[in-house]
Design a protein around this ligand. Structure first.
Ligand SMILES: C[S@@+](CC[C@H](N)C(=O)[O-])C[C@H]1O[C@@H](n2cnc3c(N)ncnc32)[C@H](O)[C@@H]1O
Length: 240
């Protein structure tokens, strides 16, 4: 376990001395095989829950300008926001405070340990409008057509089943809902994150629009990440 954690941190930050290990998929017979590559990109391993302290490190606000990223989402009180791949809830708690008691955060992760940490942190912060959801590799278990915004910070490049997840996110969004991807900039060699955990805008545009989304906004003013906003671009086919 400790070796897997060390491998993940080292892999993220750029040293190649430790080989990373993939998180085991849940034993669900119907699950399609996890992809190793998608549209020419190698999919990164899932961040192990023992690496969670990295998500709440003291330097994160300065390194990622998290306040500015949240400002750019233009959240409104009362909204339903999904923090997909929420980890230990670094963003879930801040979003819950921004949208207030009439809003709700659907905080999804595939690792129950991450959700346990999120619950503890939310309790300590006195935040009660977060609903933790244990998703699967193919299904975030979101209510259909109810979500104003789905945020993935440093998550999309880890999805082992990107097509199934994008379809599920489309189903969950309101017709004018937004999907927001925040990824470390592959285009910028000064961003000190290993290549596998970065994504270029060009690659994101190869992957997301063919799955039924259109790019509606983007900005690159954060220190390390680019932010891309998508909306569903055509009605979903009716399910029988
Ligand atoms: C690098 S962490 C980022 C956590 C959080 N977004 C943040 O910025 O603090 C990536 C998280 O995505 C989760 N994850 C990976 N694949 C997922 C999937 N298919 N559905 C939900 N969560 C997933 C991992 O378990 C991990 O907690």
């Amino acid at each position: 376990m400790r070796r897997a954690l060390r491998g993940w941190i080292v892999a993220l930050l750029g040293c190649t001395a430790c080989a990373p290990q993939l998180l085991a998929a849940p034993a669900e017979d119907q699950l399609p095989p996890a992809l190793t590559h998608y549209k020419g990109r190698e999919i990164a391993q899932t961040m192990h829950f023992e690496g969670a302290p990295w998500l709440t490190r003291e330097s994160r606000d300065r390194e990622e300008d998290c306040v500015r990223m949240l400002d750019g989402l233009h959240l409104k009180p009362g909204q339903t926001v999904c923090d997909l791949g929420c980890g230990n809830g670094f963003y879930s708690i801040r979003i819950a405070q921004l949208i207030g008691p009439t809003g709700r955060v659907l905080a999804v992760d595939i690792q129950p340990e991450m959700l346990t940490m999120l619950r503890e942190r939310a309790k300590a912060a006195g935040v009660t409008n977060i609903k933790p959801i244990l998703g699967t590799l193919v299904d975030p278990k979101l209510p259909p057509g109810e979500v104003d915004l789905i945020l993935l910070v440093d998550v999309y490049h880890e999805l082992s089943h990107p097509e199934q997840m994008l379809q599920a996110m489309r189903r969950a969004l309101k017709p004018d809902g937004r999907l927001v991807l925040v990824e470390f900039r592959l285009e910028d060699p000064a961003v000190p994150i290993k290549l596998l955990h970065k994504m270029s805008k060009e690659q994101i545009l190869k992957e997301v629009p063919p799955n039924g989304f259109k790019l509606v906004e983007q900005y690159d003013e954060l220190p390390w990440q680019h932010v891309m906003f998508f909306q569903p671009d055509r009605p979903l086919a009716k399910t029988p």
